[in-house]
Design a protein around this ligand. Structure first.
Ligand code: NAD
Length: 510
């Protein structure tokens, strides 16, 4: 059975999709696809329910969302069972990738909401300062559509939904059709915590359902997924001037400097390329190692990768659906055909499920898909470089720019290299963990996305920051209001000369 396959339609004519485990190919459930009309109706219900949710004080909304942490802890085993059934992830990965960051995000954002969303007095500068006072109100946008992928189906649904709800929005969530019930748990824990069912709606389906949500009466789209879909969504949102955040694919580079702790770098290279079966947007996809330490590094990576187990009970689980297995197989075959050396693994193993052997490839070049396109498989692709300058040049030679890592004993050097990298974020002696650092603005450059999520302004990203300028003096009129005569011009001329014509005054007016 295919991992996702069309079943005979429901009695009312709606499409149904059957789901199978990628680890065993056994059936694990099905979904009835929400029709475009159902999506429209869900948005309308969300819109009707949103004002009452927004009217509740932030602290009250935060208390409701915070309760979802208790629900999540109580339901942890069921959530893991669903995630593992739909994706085949090993238990350690279900816990590390889905549960731990989800607990942390609920706890962190609900704890920060009252402070981040409170009205703010902002000091004005220059000649405005004596005349006006500025306040900011963070108003919810209305209804936010959240569309999510299959690789982190629970956490990548939960995080944006929690943020949008805390900011006072209603949400319509459409998880991936590859792992729909895993994504659905994000709604379930929040409903059980007390978020009204009309304020958070769940629709199921594939691209057609996602497109209906994007084309619906929403005020923002939060999208996480592939570059191709992201570009379609960007175009649709642009046509209606609806804001969107696009968290897209990556081809993250790891740079191994000559002074790196090679033991740590090799452990990192293997794990960061292979965890979640390599299906991590900020996973390591390309490794550049400086020539002087390359032999030792490659030998260590080879030894460590050869010891990694895979399979239904292994350390590396399956690819989550056939499309992904095809991409990984094609990239490795292309590299092999173009002269790369397969040092470890290199083959699919589909006897029981959609497995691909933990793989190490060397002698790679940038004309191989393995080094230019997102592979999303348990593959460490290693390229020797003359020095760190060449590593930086090659790391930047990509249409993607999501994240990247530098392995070195010298944090100052890492700061210097990071300044030259055209990517979304840089991590020292580690990688993917950046998404879990809630304070770090997260988002890609180039084809890897548009806008940033998380970070200091995360919750505010789901609001319209409304500036309100308050008059200080209540005079009969401002100097430039009508009647505008010679006196107005003189006043303006002398203001310009006084404020901007004098270097000392300029400094106080900044
Ligand atoms: P995808 O683009 O195929 O699907 C993502 C979601 O969009 C799914 O829910 C899908 O049903 C929906 N969709 C498909 N076509 C649509 C359309 N025309 N309009 C609206 N919605 C539509 O991506 P995927 O294969 O599920 O996810 C894997 C990709 O996601 C990888 O490229 C990965 O790098 C990326 N990703 C990025 C991040 C990040 O934070 N940058 C995180 C995780 C995954």
């Amino acid at each position: 059975m295919a991992i996702v396959q069309a079943l005979s339609p429901a009695p009312d004519g709606r499409r149904r999709l059957g789901l199978a485990s990628p680890a065993t190919r056994e059936a694990v459930g099905e979904i009835t696809v929400s029709t475009p009309d159902e999506v429209t109706a869900a948005i309308a219900r969300a819109r009707a329910a949103q004002p009452a949710w927004a009217a509740r004080p932030v602290k009250e909304r935060a208390a409701v969302v915070a309760r979802a942490l208790d629900v999540l802890l109580a339901r942890k085993d069921e959530i893991c069972a669903t995630v593992r059934g739909e994706t085949g992830k090993p238990q350690a990965e279900a816990l590390a990738v889905e549960i731990v960051p989800s607990c942390d995000f609920i706890n962190h954002w609900s704890g920060r909401a009252a402070r981040d969303l409170a009205d703010e007095r902002v000091g004005l500068h220059g000649y405005m300062k004596p005349l006006k006072k500025l306040y900011l109100q963070y108003q919810p946008l209305g209804v936010v559509g959240v569309i999510t992928p299959w690789n982190g189906p629970f956490v990548l649904s939960l995080n944006p939904v929690v943020q949008a709800l805390l900011a006072g929005n209603a949400v319509v969530l459409k998880p991936s059709e590859v792992a729909p019930h895993s994504g659905g748990w994000a709604a379930k824990v929040l409903w059980e915590a007390g978020v009204p069912s009309d304020v958070l709606q769940l629709v199921h389906g594939d691209g057609e359902t996602g497109a209906a949500l994007v084309d619906g009466d929403v005020d923002k789209i939060s999208f996480t997924g592939s570059v191709g879909t992201g570009k379609k969504i960007a175009a649709a949102c642009a046509g209606r001037l609806v804001p969107c955040s696009l968290e897209l694919g990556g081809k993250d580079a790891m740079i191994v400097c000559a002074d790196a702790d090679l033991e740590r770098a090799a452990n990192g290279a293997v794990f960061l390329s292979m965890f979640n079966s390599g299906q991590v947007c900020v996973g390591t996809e390309r490794i550049y190692v400086v020539d002087s330490v390359a032999d030792e590094f490659i030998a260590l990576v080879k030894e460590k990768a050869a010891a990694v187990t895979y399979g239904a009970d292994g350390e590396v689980g399956p690819l989550f659906w056939e499309r992904q297995l095809d991409i990984v197989s094609r990239h490795v075959a292309d590299a092999r055909a173009k002269g790369a050396t397969i040092v470890v693994g290199g083959s699919p193993d589909t006897e029981k499920g959609l497995f691909f052997q933990p793989t190490v490839v060397t002698d790679v070049t940038h004309d191989m898909d393995l080094m230019s396109e997102e592979t999303f498989g348990p593959v460490a692709a290693i390229m020797r470089v003359a020095d760190e300058h060449e590593a930086v040049r090659l790391a930047n030679d990509s249409r993607y720019g999501l994240s990247g890592s530098v392995f070195s004993r010298d944090p100052k050097k890492v700061m210097r290299i990071a300044r030259q990298l055209k990517t979304g974020s840089v991590v020292h002696n580690d990688a993917s963990v950046i998404y879990g650092a809630a304070e770090a603005p997260f988002g890609g450059r180039k084809d890897s996305g548009l806008g940033q999520v998380n970070g200091r302004d995360a919750l505010r990203g789901y609001t319209h920051p409304l500036p309100i300028l308050i008059d200080r003096w209540g005079q009969e009129k401002e100097n430039i209001w009508y009647p505008a005569g010679d006196k107005t011009v003189k006043t303006l001329e002398s203001t310009i000369t006084f404020v901007f014509g004098n270097r000392l005054v300029r400094r106080f007016m900044r």
